[in-house]
Design a protein around this ligand. Structure first.
Ligand SMILES: [Zn+2]
Length: 247
């Protein structure tokens, strides 16, 4: 589904757009090619491909896939897209190694399997083609993507910022309303959240596309600033799981 001039939503379990366990999967129109952001859970990637086709995007123009972090709902579809569509898989430093060979504990599956994922769920490891570091910018077609690493939800999770367009893909770092992705798995760390969330201050974000739930088309920075302010206070800030206990 086309959301605005540059962004398509091509997967999302919450909206029934693709497999129930898929995160939000976005496509960014970069002129000569398209960049996919996150890959979904990999249990029915064909539904995402169907959505891309239905949106009129030529499959051979989708060339790059950014994985924001290693969690299964974001990264387990990568192997399919790397193999079947020959996408270049890009992952942040600290997450890339977990994506290629992390243990169940490093992937959070020791607590998530049987609760979020089926009891027999197995992670699909994938070796990223390119690793990016904090603050790195890459030019894709007529766009420039900046990777902002905001550890907390996981050790190396990135937000992807298109400065010229004022668009931020915030993954599981911050959601609509300023809730954060704080949970009870290895690699999730409240003090890391507290130390790093400030990197998202002052970006002037208009359109905010998180990894789950609602996206925001105007004044997205307001939602980010709520999270920044909550993390300055003495109490554990509201997290998405409090609002969505079934997920
Ligand atoms: Zn996650």
């Amino acid at each position: 589904m086309r959301v605005n001039r540059y962004v398509y939503l091509v997967g999302d379990g919450g909206r029934g757009l693709s497999h129930d366990l898929d995160c939000c999967v976005y496509l960014v129109d970069c002129g000569s090619s398209y960049l996919m952001i996150d890959s979904g859970v990999g249990l029915d990637s064909g539904l995402i491909v169907n959505n891309i086709r239905a949106d009129g995007v030529p499959l051979d123009k989708v060339r790059h896939l950014v994985l924001t972090h290693s969690h299964s709902d974001h990264a387990c579809g990568a192997r399919y897209f790397q193999k079947e569509l020959q996408l270049e898989v890009i992952a942040p430093i600290k997450e890339a190694e977990i994506i290629s060979q992390g243990s169940d504990e490093e992937l959070g599956l020791d607590v998530a399997r049987g609760a979020i994922y089926p009891p027999d769920f197995a992670y699909k490891h994938c070796k990223p083609d390119r690793v990016v570091s904090d603050g790195e910018e890459i030019k894709i077609g007529d766009k420039v993507a900046t990777f902002i690493q905001v550890p907390g939800h996981s050790p190396g999770i990135v937000c992807v910022f298109f400065r010229n367009e004022k668009i931020l893909f915030s993954s599981d770092v911050v959601f609509h309303g300023g809730t954060i992705g704080l949970g009870n798995w290895k690699g999730c760390d409240l003090s890391e959240y507290r130390s790093n969330i400030g990197k998202l201050s002052g970006l002037g974000v208009e359109q905010l596309f998180p990894g789950h739930f609602l996206f925001v088309l105007r004044n997205g920075q307001k939602h980010i600033d709520t999270a920044v302010n909550n993390l300055k206070g003495p109490w554990i800030p509201p997290a998405w799981l409090h609002r969505h206990p079934h997920l």
